[in-house]
Design a protein around this ligand. Structure first.
Ligand code: PLP
Length: 417
């Protein structure tokens, strides 16, 4: 029994993607596959160029973009930082940067730094469900240029944000606007199209969709002036550094698979899985007389995510106890704890408790659990799953039934019931 309910943190690498990576890193099967894609005389160069082009096309297709508007990066964090680099240079210190109170650390920590540097940064407040206050957005006076960055879906609560509405409000207020969305959590769980969202930049990350960690992309609309973070000739001068051909190809393959599996039935599967787990846990708590409730905007959230408060639990200790039973979930964002300093000390981690939960004025952040499902790649390839949807349904039912049995045992022991 192995329940992986932590896909917002990361996903397994899809088997089809592993095959692609092997082609580029295993030189025992292909003696020239280690060459540098930029070597001019190299016969492999043409193959590499066409592999990079094909990946760019697949990533672009997934988000309704043009191939030339995709820049490969080392992941969501770099994509967000590159977007901000472009955005802050666009507005300068006279313009305005708008973000929200529930962004990922790669954005909120950069905004803290930008404030120190003297940039005007306005943080949009959220309500107690974590939804953006559009009235506050409407009231903002924009006299010069504006750079706006608000995520498409939240990693901790699962909330989806209406970026198309936000873009419309901003563009009506200001003709000199640059709009970015962090779509790292949205991709693979909902449809996302850069034209429908009306954004100038969009970030995505490979390891949330079955590619390895350390690869991502930033969409930048044609015409937006890009100031690179890393100078060099690669990626047409927009992002220097020898191309990670294996992982770029892996991202292309994962994007192709996500595009092929993103049907209404797939989204329904995610929803059923999440809803069954949520219902079982809430009912289990009720039967034990333990107060429990769901956090966030339950009418407007990702199909795979639920954030549940179980009063009385100490989530860090509970997580360790669940892990002993091979059940993996999270307290919030994985990225809020890192592998440096004294961050393994529970007290330190607690002190750095989630910005998102603070933004919604959550009174029991130490009792919040995040469950995120959907990584079915280890069971079946996308082709098999499409041919046999009943396999996925059976796997979900098994996961819920056995997972909840152990969850209940661990909960009772944790609370001494
Ligand atoms: N943005 C969001 C919303 C995320 O959830 C994450 C990772 O959890 C990131 C950005 C960072 O992506 P990466 O891990 O690829 O750097």
């Amino acid at each position: 029994m192995y329940c992986y309910w932590n896909t917002n943190s990361t996903t397994r690498v899809r088997p089809e993607v592993v095959d692609v990576v092997k082609d580029y890193v295993d030189s025992s099967t292909n003696g020239t596959n280690f060459h540098n894609p930029s070597d001019i005389t190299n016969a492999s160069r043409r193959i590499y160029r066409s592999a990079i082009k094909s990946s760019r096309e697949k990533v672009a297709e997934l988000i309704g973009a043009s191939e030339n508007d995709i820049i490969f990066t080392s992941g969501g964090t770099e994509s967000n930082n590159l977007a901000f680099h472009v955005g802050q240079n666009f507005v300068g210190r006279d313009g305005l940067i708008i973000t929200s109170a529930v962004e990922h650390d790669s954005i909120s920590l950069r905004c803290d730094y930008l404030k120190e540097l003297g940039y005007n940064v306005y943080t949009l407040p959220v309500d107690n469900k974590g939804q953006i206050n559009f009235e506050a957005l409407d009231k903002i006076k924009i006299s010069d240029r504006v750079f706006v960055s608000v995520m498409l879906a939240n990693n901790e609560l699962g909330n989806i944000y209406d970026i198309a509405k936000l873009s419309a409000i901003i563009r009506k207020k200001c003709s000199q606007a640059l709009i970015h969305t962090d779509a790292v959590q949205a991709i693979g769980k909902m449809h996302a199209d850069v034209k429908q969202l009306d954004v100038d930049m969009l970030s995505l990350s490979g390891h949330k969709i079955g590619a390895p960690k350390g690869i991502g992309a930033l969409y930048v609309k044609e015409g937006v002036k890009i100031t690179p973070l890393f100078f060099g000739h690669q990626e047409c001068g927009k992002r220097g550094g020898t191309e990670n051909i294996a992982y770029i190809s892996a991202l292309g393959k994962a994007a192709e698979l996500v595009k092929s599996e993103m049907s209404d039935a797939y989204i329904q599967n995610l929803t059923n899985h999440r809803d069954q787990l949520e219902k079982n846990i809430l009912e289990m708590c009720q039967a034990l007389n333990v107060e429990a409730f769901v956090n966030g905007d339950i009418d407007n959230r990702l199909p795979n995510t639920t954030s549940i408060t179980i009063k009385g639990i100490d989530n860090l200790r509970f997580l360790v106890e669940l892990e002993a039973k091979n059940i993996y979930l999270a307290t919030g964002a994985a990225c809020s704890s890192s592998l440096c300093g004294n961050d393994t000390d529970p007290a330190t981690i607690q002190a750095k408790s989630s910005r998102v939960l603070r933004a919604i004025n959550h009174t029991h952040p130490q009792s919040v659990l995040r469950i995120s499902v959907g990584d079915y790649y280890h069971l079946y390839t996308v082709e098999d799953a499409t041919k046999h949807p009943e396999y996925i349904t059976a796997a979900i039912n098994y996961d819920v039934k056995l997972g909840c049995l152990d969850f209940s045992k661990v909960l009772k022991a944790h609370l001494n019931i």
